[in-house]
Design a protein around this ligand. Structure first.
Ligand SMILES: [Ca+2]
Ligand SMILES: [Ca+2]
Length: 238
């Protein structure tokens, strides 16, 4: 296959745009090795109390386009910000960024993700049940990693061969139910659908960046929609 990877480094948080060194955005770090402007989350992380709205990814630190992807790229960063546009059990949202086969995206947040009870963040793809069969889901899996500095990453265990129907700590296999009109409720986040990740599962206390890598499910796709389709990432604990 020809190499079609295209690296796009984006400065998308309003506070960061115009202020960040463009060379620094390529690694998600400032010249001093610290996080980008806008990625700073304060020095006293807390676990959000139930009753507050969830938070969502704010920044695309980098995007490396994989084969056959790119759908939604012209709408970055807004297309991956805010709540997901879930289609329920059996319909995949098109309000997504398609990474392409082997593509990768790194996201930043206004608040650091911290380890609270249970899942700490949710990745929303656009998986959907085929013919209303929960054991037959159209999946395009992604590997999820987290980092505090944008350099050293800790990766959740994800084996595409572990399913179907369950793919453990891979992203991209659970349908999405939350929408902008019915966003993620911290008191009942399981109802939102999507793939939840618990920092405790990988021995991590906090994270500033989330990286998603498409795992080349190589599902048939057209119009740049190949690979993992990122709708949104919600933070449950910060
Ligand atoms: Ca947790
Ligand atoms: Ca998909």
């Amino acid at each position: 296959m020809p190499t079609r990877a295209l690296s796009l480094c984006l400065c998308v948080t309003l506070a960061a745009c115009g202020a960040a060194d463009p060379t620094s955005t390529q690694q998600g770090l400032g010249s001093d090795g610290g996080p980008l402007p806008g990625a700073d989350v304060g020095s006293h992380p807390t676990v959000a109390p139930v009753g507050q709205p969830a938070k969502y990814a704010t920044t695309v630190v980098s995007f490396t386009l994989g084969d056959g992807g790119g759908y939604g790229q012209d709408q970055l960063p807004s297309i991956i910000q805010g709540p997901p546009h879930g289609g329920g059990c059996c319909y995949g949202s098109t309000d997504v960024l398609s990474l392409g086969n082997g593509g990768e995206v790194v996201l930043g947040f206004e608040s650091e993700i911290v380890d609270g009870d249970g899942p700490d963040f949710i990745v929303f793809e656009n998986a959907f049940e085929i013919a209303n069969d929960p054991k037959n889901v159209f999946t395009e899996l992604g590997e999820v990693s987290v980092s505090e500095d944008g350099v050293t990453w800790t990766t959740f265990a994800c084996d595409p061969k572990s399913g179907p129907p369950s793919y453990g700590d891979c992203a991209g296999w659970r349908p999405v139910f939350a929408t902008p009109d019915s966003p993620v409720d911290l008191g009942s986040s399981a109802k939102a659908g999507g793939d939840g990740f618990d920092l405790a599962a990988i021995g991590v206390k906090k994270a500033k960046f989330v990286r998603i890598r498409d795992l080349r499910s190589d599902r048939p796709a057209q119009q740049g929609m190949a690979g993992f389709d990122l709708d949104a990432v919600a933070v449950l604990h910060w």
